[in-house]
Design a protein around this ligand. Structure first.
Ligand SMILES: [Zn+2]
Length: 305
């Protein structure tokens, strides 16, 4: 997570004003103000306030520019309203003249909320900070094309809103399918209030084996708005009972316009159809786009994982 940037300077300036307002005997002039700011700055260093906050604090004292939009801080003439003319506008400080900082804070807060949602959904730690901006375009032109098509579908076209469409990403191991699927999930959780579950499908099988538990589990899963099935091919097993539960789940999700996101190492759509059977396939085809990931091994090329 990126560090939260917050201007402590403004807070200190305001604390000073409050203190003085409470004790009206003191009138602040520039010398008093400068001394107080200087001491506060020393104190800020001592208690280890982050450097970027201290820079903001200094700017509020002496002026400067917003690091984001480069707009100069505006000068504030401050004073002691209840005091006589000599002290009415007795000192100056500076304030940002833009709302970049609050925008940054809002963005940070939104990111924290989405991070929490992804964690609750069960997204593995490794993928919690994955987003559209950290794709490695050096890996292969083919996977880049897949990634860009999916970005267009979910970010520009918002396909999940219009026709409740999900997506199945298929193709070779290590082409960035799980990364992309988490980008899609992050996008949906950022824009909507949907609830989501990230399922490593090898794991759901064991929960479905027991008949009573299996039904309960499927019922529980049906309550989510979005389910990301990672490694869907592992969901295919010959056990008829489990196949039936998976069919019920997918059927219910499609009927209720829930969103399915899936990754699978199947190399073509017919392989998917062969393993899952026509019933499941026909439901999924109606509810999902299919995207074929080709190219080099993403994990090997980027050396990250
Ligand atoms: Zn700005």
């Amino acid at each position: 997570m990126q560090k939260q940037v917050k201007s402590k300077g403004k807070i200190m300036t305001e604390t000073l004003i409050e203190t003085v307002l409470r004790n009206k005997k003191i009138n602040i002039d520039q010398a008093f103000f400068d001394e107080w700011m200087g001491e506060s700055l020393v104190f800020a260093h001592e208690i280890g306030i982050p450097d970027d906050a201290i820079i903001n604090f200094e700017k509020e004292w002496h002026g400067g520019a917003c690091p984001i939009c480069e707009k100069e801080y505006k000068k504030i003439k401050a004073g002691n309203k209840s005091a006589d003319e000599n002290f009415k506008y007795a000192y100056e400080y500076y304030q940002p003249d833009c709302d970049c900082e609050s925008k940054e804070e809002r963005e940070y807060q939104q990111r924290s909320e989405v991070y929490k949602k992804l964690r609750i959904a069960g997204v593995p730690k490794l993928y919690l900070n994955v987003d559209w901006n950290n794709w490695d375009y050096r890996v292969s032109p083919e996977t880049n094309e897949s990634f860009k098509r999916i970005y267009d579908l979910f970010v520009n076209q918002k396909c999940y809103e219009k026709d409740a469409s999900g997506i199945i990403m298929y193709g070779d191991v290590g082409t960035g399918k799980t990364r992309t699927s988490v980008c899609v999930l992050r996008e949906i959780l950022t824009v909507t209030k949907f609830t989501a579950a990230f399922l490593q499908t090898g794991g759901i099988i064991s929960k479905m084996v027991d008949r009573e538990q299996g039904n309960k589990y499927v019922h529980e899963l049906e309550s989510y708005d979005v389910i990301l099935f990672d490694d869907m091919d592992k969901m295919f097993i010959s056990n008829e009972w489990i196949k039936e539960r998976i069919f019920v789940l997918i059927d219910q999700m499609v009927s209720n316009q829930k969103i399915i996101i899936g990754t699978t190492n199947f190399r073509d759509v017919s392989q998917f159809a062969d393993k899952f059977g026509d019933n499941i396939m026909s439901r999924i085809v109606n509810a999902c786009y299919f995207e074929h990931f080709m190219g080099n091994d993403y994990r090997m090329e980027t050396k990250s994982y």
